[in-house]
Design a protein around this ligand. Structure first.
Ligand code: DAH
Length: 340
C-alpha cells in the first residue's frame, strides 16, 4: 500500500509538473483526488490494513493528497502567469515608437477661398443657400429673362441633357429657386460648380465655380449694391483696392455692370500682368434685378427691388494667390496644392 501511494504521488506530481495546459489541471484533480479517483480508491482499501499500519498509511495518504493539491495549485499559478505574459506580449503596443506621421491633406485652395467669401458675406448678414448643378432650362434661362431665342442659350456654349434640362451655365438660377420659395426680405449667397462649352485656356475651363448673391427688399438701390460690393472687395483683397463699374448687359439685371478691381500686382500703377491698365481681369457681374425676373417669381416689382451679383470663384482664387493658369486648380497635383 505504501508503495502504491508513493507511485501515485510520483506519477501525479510529474504529470502536473509537465502539463502546459491550464484547463488540464482540473482533469488531474479528478483523476487522482475525485470520488472515483485513484487515491480515493486506494484509501477505500485501508480497512484491510492492520492496526499498526493504519495510522502510518493514513498519515502518508494525507501527505500525498495535500502534496497533489498543492502541486495543482502551484502549477495553476504558474500557468496563469504564463498565459498573462503571453497576452501582454501579443497585445504589446509600443507608444514610444517613432513612426513618421501619415501625410495630412487640407482643403483645396479653391474651397478655402469659397469658405472665406462665404464667411465674409455671412458677417454682412447674408445666408447661404444651395442649388443643383443639373438645372431646368426654365430656371437657367426663361425665368431669368433670357427667352427662347436669346443668344446665351446657344447650343455651342451650353451642355444640354435634354430639351428641358442642362448643366447650369451660371449660379443665377439659384436666385429663381430662392425667390419662388421665399418672400422678401431676401439676402442670400450661393456658391458652386457651373458648366459651359468653353475651350480650355489660361482663364477658361468647361467646369468652373461661381458665387451668386441676391438682395431683395423695399427700396433697394444701386447705391446699396455698390456699397456692398466695395466693402466686400476692400475686406477681402485689401483697403487700398479700387473698384470700377463698367456698364454691361445681362438679361436678368437692368442696369447691369461688370466690376473691375485694381491689379493685385501693381495696385493700379500699371505692370505687364495687367497689360499696363492697372485693372485685374474681370471678376464680377452685377446689377439691379430686372422687374420681369421679380414678376416671374411672383414678387411685386412695384413694391420691391433688388440687386444681384455673380463672381468667378476660380478667378478670385487665381488673383488672390497669383495662380497664372486655371488648370492648376483642377489638375490636383499635390506639389501644387501643398503650397496653400
Ligand atoms: N450669371 C452671370 C454670368 O454667369 C454673372 C452675373 C451677372 C450674375 C450679373 C448676376 C448678375 O447675379 O446680377 O456671367
Amino acid at each position: 500500500m505504501r508503495d502504491a501511494l508513493l507511485k501515485i504521488q510520483e506519477e501525479a506530481l510529474l504529470k502536473i509538473q509537465e502539463t502546459e495546459i491550464l484547463e488540464g489541471l482540473e482533469g488531474f484533480r479528478i483523476q487522482y483526488l475525485g470520488k472515483k479517483g485513484e487515491l480515493t480508491k486506494l484509501l477505500k482499501e485501508m480497512g484491510k490494513l492492520s492496526a499498526e499500519e493504519r495510522p502510518f498509511i493514513g498519515k502518508l495518504a494525507n501527505e500525498v493528497k495535500e502534496g497533489i493539491e498543492e502541486a495543482i495549485s502551484n502549477r495553476k499559478k504558474i500557468l496563469k502567469n504564463f498565459q498573462y505574459q503571453r497576452l501582454i506580449e501579443e497585445e504589446k503596443l509600443d507608444v514610444t515608437v517613432n513612426k513618421p506621421m501619415a501625410k495630412q491633406g487640407h482643403s483645396h485652395p479653391l474651397y478655402q477661398v469659397m469658405e472665406e467669401l462665404e464667411n465674409l458675406f455671412i458677417s454682412m448678414g447674408f445666408s447661404i443657400v444651395e442649388g443643383p448643378e443639373i438645372e431646368t432650362v426654365e430656371n437657367n434661362f426663361d425665368k431669368l429673362n433670357a427667352p427662347k431665342n436669346h443668344p446665351t442659350r446657344d447650343l455651342s456654349d451650353t451642355f444640354y441633357i435634354d430639351k428641358n434640362l442642362l448643366l447650369r451655365t451660371h449660379t443665377s438660377p439659384v436666385q429663381i429657386r430662392t425667390m419662388m420659395q421665399q418672400k422678401p426680405p431676401i439676402r442670400i449667397i450661393s456658391a458652386g460648380r457651373t458648366f459651359r462649352f468653353d475651350d480650355v485656356d489660361d482663364t477658361h475651363s468647361p467646369m468652373f465655380h461661381q458665387m451668386e448673391g441676391l438682395v431683395v427688399d423695399e427700396n433697394v438701390t444701386m447705391a446699396n449694391l455698390m456699397h456692398t460690393l466695395d466693402s466686400f472687395i476692400k475686406e477681402f483683397f485689401g483697403k487700398e483696392m479700387k473698384t470700377r463699374y463698367r456698364p454691361h448687359y445681362f438679361p436678368f439685371t437692368e442696369p447691369s455692370c461688370e466690376v473691375d478691381v485694381s491689379c493685385f500686382k501693381c495696385k493700379g500703377a500699371g505692370c505687364p500682368d495687367c497689360h499696363d491698365t492697372g485693372w485685374s481681369m474681370e471678376l464680377l457681374g452685377c446689377g439691379m434685378v430686372h422687374p420681369n425676373v421679380l414678376e416671374n417669381c411672383g414678387i411685386d416689382s412695384k413694391k420691391y427691388s433688388g440687386f444681384a451679383f455673380g463672381m468667378g470663384v476660380d478667378r478670385i482664387a487665381m488673383v488672390k494667390y497669383g495662380i497664372p493658369n486655371i488648370r492648376f486648380l483642377f489638375d490636383n497635383d499635390a506639389r501644387f496644392l501643398k503650397q496653400f
